[in-house]
Every structure is written in structure tokens, then in C-alpha cells.
Design a protein around this ligand. Structure first.
Ligand SMILES: Nc1ncnc2c1ncn2[C@@H]1O[C@H](COP(=O)(O)OP(=O)(O)OP(=O)(O)O)[C@@H](O)[C@H]1O
Ligand SMILES: O=P(O)(O)OC[C@H]1O[C@](O)(CO)[C@@H](O)[C@@H]1O
Ligand SMILES: [Mg+2]
Length: 536
């Protein structure tokens, strides 16, 4: 066993780390790799945690002096500052709110104009107070050695970390008749995009907005003169959630931030809803900053979209559940193929550029996976502790085996091309094909028959429609995005946090991709289920 694996078994999380950085490590959570060069990247230093996985620690994180009796108060103040959400009154202190036009009284707002005044619902207690908060961390760890402990100081002192609660406010900062709202979907597809579009449109109409448009094919739609904006209404979106994909289309790459804001100004867009992953959110934040610079009264609100589930601080992103459910079908097919063949081996590649959440959850849910490989956990293919040696053992003892690999895993075995997509994301080699080829070669060399079948269901998983639980998540996120914009917030994104819905400032959720913690209970559960050894 090498030193890294030994440390993984023996030590508590921080033993091998210098004291100060060790606690910063837990404070900043577990960012691991960063593959999108265009996303603004804070300055990171790398330290190895006890699984030998390198964690990225933000160098701009202020070091905490625990000998200061007020350190906790200061820490909480700093946290509050970081998680404060930008509001229109930051730029326009004189902006006057009006009573919300979103209320429970059943009306037909699309037909209504506001000549006779805005509707009000003073009796309704369904509004969120601007000072409502949701706890970001709910476990009070008593020791840094508790499983998954995220302690700030050596004594694991409890420090509350609050974030803003999402939902409709009693006062709003936009008059519905003056709003032109636009929706744009960027990056790759994800189950639930249409559900979110639908809810945004329906909620905007309930507020009384009549000018709603879709920007076609992602950010590109702002600059491409051949692409005209799509008028949206309840009638247009009524049934869009019944199919996968995006009604508006998606794309990677696109115009500069300044060109996009020029285009928004020309079109008179003053509410922008941006559905996408970390790249899209970096773009949304840049649009928000540019609007502030130009002193435009615009609300830019994001809804995080990524089947990879790699956005920080949220319980999950929409589409992830559906992706896991679909991934299970592929795993089941691989299992049936492998089980029905003489010495059958099924290999399934799932999405997950830098995070193995889909692979881990699908492996755990299916119960049919013998080997799960994710980008966060290094492994060897060859050698006495390698994956291939374990496959031989599985064939000898069980007669068949199933391997589930995340696309970003094992990239060190593949030739680097330095190719990037239009957004600047690194284009990966196919690890699934590589494992299939190496497995065939290995069994041939050792003179044992094998029948290797490779399944790549990645685009099938991404293109399907959302399941019921994702459908509901999309509905709540879509509605809350509109509430956030009307409440006057901008540069924010919506998320589910400890089962409650919240607003985050965009930079806090994209500072690095969220990754599976190899020390987490969930990864350990996955290992228990597969029964796989360390492959190092
Ligand atoms: N730092 C950035 N600033 C401005 N725009 C950006 C930035 N990074 C990416 N974008 C733009 O955001 C859009 C989407 O980015 P990207 O292709 O990386 O997908 P994503 O939002 O990360 O979603 P996915 O999870 O599917 O990868 C692209 O149009 C890209 O040009
Ligand atoms: O082939 P495309 O559309 O560039 O997308 C592939 C990428 O998109 C994602 O699904 C994220 O949305 C990744 O898992 C994957 O690497
Ligand atoms: Mg991305």
C-alpha cells in the first residue's frame, strides 16, 4: 500500500496538513479540478487531502486568527458580506418599490391592464420577508474527524452561515407593463430546461408581464442577425415540458459581454433569465456587472443547469435526478449483456466532466456495478492493484462484471490534444473506449476469454424529459427566478439548499466546480455497494 492509501485509512482529515491551511480547506469545501479556462478562476493553491486527491484552496481566503476572541463574529460578518445579494437599490437608492402584482387572488392578469391601479393582496401571508434567511450548513460537527466534517476552527465551533430565502416579496421594483423579459439557455442540454422556461413564462404573466421573448441558441442569439427572438406566452409554453431539449435551442461560445449588453439595450430587455452551467453563470455575472457599469435598471437572474451537478452549495441541480434514473437503464443493459455472455464485461460511460456525481449515484442506485471510476479518485488500469487485475478476479469469481466510468475519469491515460470547444472547455478523450480496448487486450494477453460490450448513453441521458421530481424542482426554481427579479435582485442565481429555496450571489456558486468528496459517506456507500478495492 502506498503512503497515500495508508493515510486515507489512518488519519483524520487534517493531520497531514499545516494547521492553518487545513482548516481553511474544510471551510472552503472540496473544489478539485477546473476545466473551463474562461470561467473566472480565483488564485488557487493545491494541497493533498487524505485520499491523495488534490484540493484547491482559494488563496484570496482571508486566514483566520483563531487566537482573536472575536474571530467567529468576524468570520460570520465576512460570510454575510460574501453572500449578500446585489439589489437594484445599491445602484439606484432612490428606486421606489410598488406593491406586488403577484398574489393569490385568482385573476386573469394577462387580460388586465393596470390603469385602475395594481392588484394587492394585503391579507395574504405568502410573501417572503427580505430578512428571511436559510441555514447553509445544518450539521453541527463535534470533531474535525467526524465523517464529512467541515469545521472552521480546530474546536469545530458552531458558526451559523445564512443565505437569502427565495420567494415572492410584498414590494416589487419593476412595473410589469414596463418589463421586457428574455430567457436564454446555454451550454449542453439538460432534462428540465423546458420545464424551467415554462414556469418563468407563466410566472411572468401572473405578475402581468406581456413582453416575454426567448433568445435563440444561447448567447449566440444576441449577436446573430439571422436568429430572431421568439415571442413567448403561456400558450406557446403550455406543453413544452412534455419533451426534452430546449425550446429555445442551446449553444457554446458566442459574443462578447459588451456586445450582449448592447443587444439587450437595443431590444429594451430589462429582465434576463439565464439557464446554464458554470460558464453560462460566469457570463450572466459579467452581463450583470456590465449593466451596473452602464447604470442600466436590469435584473439578471440565473437558474443553474447541469446534469453533472457540479455547482457549489446546492443540494442538487435540476436534471440530475432524471440523468441518474436514465443512467441506471444503461447500466442495467450493460449488466444484462455481461451476465448473459460467457465472461461478459459491460462498460458504461456516463457524463461528468470534472465531477463523478452521475456515475456515483447511478452505480449506487442500480446495485449492478462492480467498478465505479470517477475523476476525483485516481486509479491505475494496469498493475497488481489495477482495474484490469480486479476484472480478472471478478470474471474468475462471478463470471461477469460491470464497469461504470465518468467521462472525466482517467484522462491521464489518454493522449492530450489540447482541443477545446467553442466555450473554451477541454475536449476529453473517450475513456470508455480506452477501457474497452485495454480490457480486451489484457484478457487476450493472459489467455482468458472475455466478451466486452461498451455502452455510451451520454446524449440519450441528457436529451430526455425531466422526471416528476425534477419537474417539481424546475417549477419552483423557475418561479423563484421571476420572484427574485421582481424583488429587484440581480447577479443572483436560485438553488435548493437543505430542501429550502434560496438566492445566491453568482460568484459564490461557480468559483470552482463542485466535486465528489472521496471522504464522503456517499462515496464510501458507493464503494460498499460495488465492493471494489483501491486501484492505486
Ligand atoms: N467566463 C465567461 N465569461 C463570459 N461568458 C462565458 C464565460 N465562460 C463561458 N461563457 C459563455 O457561457 C456559455 C456557456 O458556457 P459553457 O459552454 O462552458 O457551458 P456551461 O454553462 O458551463 O454549461 P455545461 O454544464 O453544459 O457545460 C457560452 O456561450 C460561453 O461563451
Ligand atoms: O458535447 P457537448 O454538448 O459539448 O457537451 C458535453 C458536456 O456537457 C455536459 O453534459 C455538461 O452539460 C458534460 O457532462 C459534457 O462533458
Ligand atoms: Mg460548464
Amino acid at each position: 500500500m502506498d503512503s497515500i492509501s495508508r493515510a486515507a485509512i489512518a488519519g483524520p482529515k487534517f493531520t497531514s496538513l499545516p494547521r492553518s491551511t487545513a482548516y481553511l480547506h474544510s471551510y472552503r469545501s472540496h473544489g478539485l479540478f477546473f476545466h473551463s479556462p474562461r470561467v473566472s478562476r480565483p488564485n488557487f493553491s493545491r494541497i493533498a487531502n487524505r485520499s491523495g486527491v488534490f484540493a484547491q484552496i482559494r488563496k484570496d481566503t482571508p486566514a483566520i486568527d483563531f487566537s482573536d476572541p472575536d474571530w467567529k463574529v468576524k468570520y460570520q460578518k465576512d460570510f454575510e458580506r460574501r453572500f449578500n445579494i446585489p439589489h437594484i437599490t445599491d445602484l439606484f437608492p432612490e428606486a421606489e418599490p410598488i406593491p406586488s402584482t403577484f398574489c393569490l387572488k385568482m385573476r386573469t392578469p394577462v387580460l388586465e391592464d393596470f390603469a385602475g391601479g395594481y392588484p394587492s393582496d394585503e391579507e395574504w401571508h405568502g410573501y417572503i420577508n427580505n430578512n428571511d434567511r436559510v441555514l447553509l450548513k445544518v450539521i453541527r460537527y463535534s470533531s474535525p474527524t467526524s465523517a464529512g466534517a467541515e469545521c472552521i476552527d480546530p474546536g469545530c465551533t458552531w458558526a451559523e452561515q445564512w443565505v437569502h430565502r427565495a420567494g415572492p416579496r410584498e414590494k416589487i421594483y419593476f412595473k410589469p407593463e414596463e418589463v421586457k423579459a428574455a430567457i436564454v439557455t446555454c451550454g449542453g442540454l439538460c432534462p428540465g430546461l423546458n420545464d424551467v422556461i415554462r414556469q418563468i413564462v407563466i410566472t411572468l404573466e401572473i405578475y402581468g408581464v406581456k413582453k416575454i421573448v426567448g433568445i435563440p441558441f444561447g448567447y449566440r442569439g444576441f449577436s446573430d442577425n439571422d436568429l430572431s427572438e421568439m415571442p413567448l406566452s403561456r400558450k406557446v409554453v403550455q406543453n413544452v415540458h412534455l419533451s426534452g431539449g430546449s425550446l429555445l435551442g442551446v449553444s457554446r461560445g458566442g459574443p462578447s459581454v459588451s456586445d450582449m449588453v448592447d443587444s439587450m439595450e437595443e431590444r429594451g430587455i430589462n429582465m434576463l433569465f439565464v439557464l446554464g452551467g458554470n460558464g453560462t453563470h460566469a457570463g450572466a455575472n459579467a452581463i450583470h456587472n456590465e449593466c451596473c457599469k452602464r447604470r442600466l435598471r436590469v435584473a439578471v437572474v440565473g437558474v443553474p443547469k447541469t446534469i453533472d451537478n457540479d455547482i457549489l452549495l446546492m443540494d442538487k441541480t435540476f436534471g440530475f435526478d432524471t440523468a441518474v434514473e436514465e443512467a441506471q437503464r444503461a447500466i442495467n443493459s450493460a449488466y444484462i449483456e455481461a451476465h448473459s455472455a460467457y465472461h461478459g464485461i459491460g462498460v458504461v460511460k456516463l457524463m461528468g466532466r470534472s465531477s463523478g456525481f452521475i456515475a456515483m449515484h447511478a452505480a449506487l442506485a442500480s446495485g449492478q456495478v462492480d467498478i465505479c471510476l470517477i475523476p476525483e479518485v485516481p486509479f491505475h488500469l494496469h498493475g497488481p492493484h489495477g482495474v484490469l487485475r480486479h476484472l480478472k478476479y471478478l470474471i474468475e469469481t462471478k463470471g461477469s462484471a460491470v464497469v461504470c466510468v465518468a467521462e472525466g475519469a482517467g484522462q491521464n491515460f489518454l493522449e492530450k490534444t489540447n482541443a477545446t470547444d467553442a466555450s473554451g472547455n477541454i475536449v476529453f478523450g473517450d475513456i470508455g473506449v480506452h477501457i474497452q480496448q485495454e480490457t480486451k487486450k489484457y484478457f487476450k494477453e493472459i489467455g482468458i476469454h472475455s466478451d466486452v460490450k461498451y455502452i455510451d448513453p451520454t446524449y440519450m441521458i441528457r436529451a430526455c424529459r425531466a422526471n416528476a421530481s425534477d419537474g417539481i424542482l424546475c417549477a419552483v426554481l423557475g418561479q423563484n427566478a421571476v420572484h427574485g427579479a421582481f424583488a429587484g435582485y440581480s447577479g443572483i442565481t436560485v438553488g435548493i439548499c437543505n430542501t429550502h429555496y434560496v438566492y445566491f450571489p453568482i460568484p459564490e456558486v461557480i468559483s470552482y466546480p463542485r466535486a465528489v468528496d472521496p471522504n464522503s459517506r456517499m462515496w464510501h456507500r458507493c464503494l460498499t455497494s460495488t465492493g471494489q478495492p483501491d486501484f492505486i
